[in-house]
Design a protein around this ligand. Structure first.
Ligand SMILES: Nc1ncnc2c1ncn2[C@@H]1O[C@H](COP(=O)(O)OP(=O)(O)OP(=O)(O)O)[C@@H](O)[C@H]1O
Ligand SMILES: [Mg+2]
Length: 314
């Protein structure tokens, strides 16, 4: 019997080694690099004048982040953001639970997507559920699904998000808002990877990687008994804190460049430069709504710009 353990273990070790090798080659593949090197600069020519102009005043620099970036662009090159990207890249290939923390609009969902895309599950579903959007009973049926006749209105059987995410990733957004009464059931599903659909006695087993995000202060909620400590510890395996934009003001020029290009393209406008005073004004703001607020502000500026120069709309 002991002799049988050897080959099995060796096979398992080999499998793991080859997974690591294939992840490394993903990182080294020219197209993986291209994903994050080319996209921010597809409008390089348009912005060349902006770059030259900004070189003296603010730091408009190339996005030379050494970390792999996913298809959906995470723009910025501050040490604080690079640390987020480093942690995301390190944890992504494992199947460990990731908890993404940060204020509203900081880019938590982008980080969650990158964790999925840098895992071998990337071609399997990434299923998102916003735990703040639904009352407890609906949230429960969304998570675990139900059988026909489980409750009034359940006319057909429906799979829950756990089942839909099988072999892939389940992104539990706003996880701090999950009602207390549902927390034990969620804990069991996370821990055992099994649950019963509402109205069923049959246990369903899944293989789901969990990524959760919240802007809430979970340790404080645990102290206030609004969040179960066991669930908190289960989620807090690998926390990644996405810093507020005011903690990484040096990302602003690159973000402005990115959003101007994005909105100009969408609105079929041509904008060649952003005056340095405008960028300076943007870096002086505290951005309580973080990147989302900046994005919306740039959208407004692009709408209002009459010529090829981006003007401050206020
Ligand atoms: N570094 C970034 N580069 C490019 N776009 C970004 C970046 N960070 C955030 N965004 C954009 O800002 C918006 C908000 O990001 P996201 O939805 O990921 O934030 P969030 O932290 O999940 O916010 P909330 O807590 O409100 O759900 C999105 O449109 C996203 O594409
Ligand atoms: Mg979000």
């Amino acid at each position: 019997m002991a002799g049988m353990a050897g080959p099995t273990n060796r096979t398992e070790t080999e499998r793991k080694k080859s997974m690591i090798r294939s992840f490394e080659s993903t990182l080294e593949a020219p197209d993986a690099t291209a994903l994050w090197k080319e996209q921010p600069f597809q409008n390089r020519n348009r912005f060349q004048s902006t770059n030259d102009e900004l070189e003296n005043g603010t730091q408009m620099r190339e996005d030379i982040s050494p970390y792999p970036k996913p298809r959906r662009e995470i723009v910025g090159n501050s040490p604080a953001l690079n640390e987020v990207l480093r942690l995301a890249a390190v944890v992504a290939p494992t199947d460990s639970t990731v908890l993404i923390l940060g204020e509203t609009g900081t880019g938590k969902e982008l980080v969650a997507r990158s964790v999925h895309e840098l895992n071998s599950r990337r071609n399997k579903p990434l299923v998102k559920l916003n735990c703040a959007a639904l009352p407890a009973n609906l949230l429960e049926s969304e998570l675990f699904g139900y059988e026909r006749g489980a409750f009034t209105g359940a006319t057909t059987r429906k799979a829950g998000r756990f089942e839909l995410a099988d072999q892939g990733t389940l992104f539990l957004d706003e996880v701090g808002d999950i009602p207390l009464e549902l927390q034990p059931k969620l804990l069991r599903a996370l821990q055992e990877q099994e649950f019963e659909r509402l109205g069923s006695t049959v246990t369903t087993r899944v293989n789901v990687r969990i990524v959760a995000a919240t802007s809430r202060d979970l340790p404080q909620m645990v102290q206030d008994r609004q969040f179960r400590s066991d669930l908190y510890y289960r989620l807090n395996v690998f926390p990644i804190r996405v810093p507020a934009l005011r903690e990484r003001l040096q990302d602003i020029p690159l973000l402005v460049q990115h959003f101007v290009a994005q909105f100009a393209r969408a609105m079929k406008k041509r904008i060649d430069s952003v005056p340095v005073e405008f960028v300076n004004a943007l870096t002086a703001h505290s951005w309580p709504g973080n990147v989302r607020e900046l994005q919306n502000f740039i959208e407004r500026a692009v709408i209002l710009s009459q010529d090829r120069v981006l003007h401050n709309p206020i």
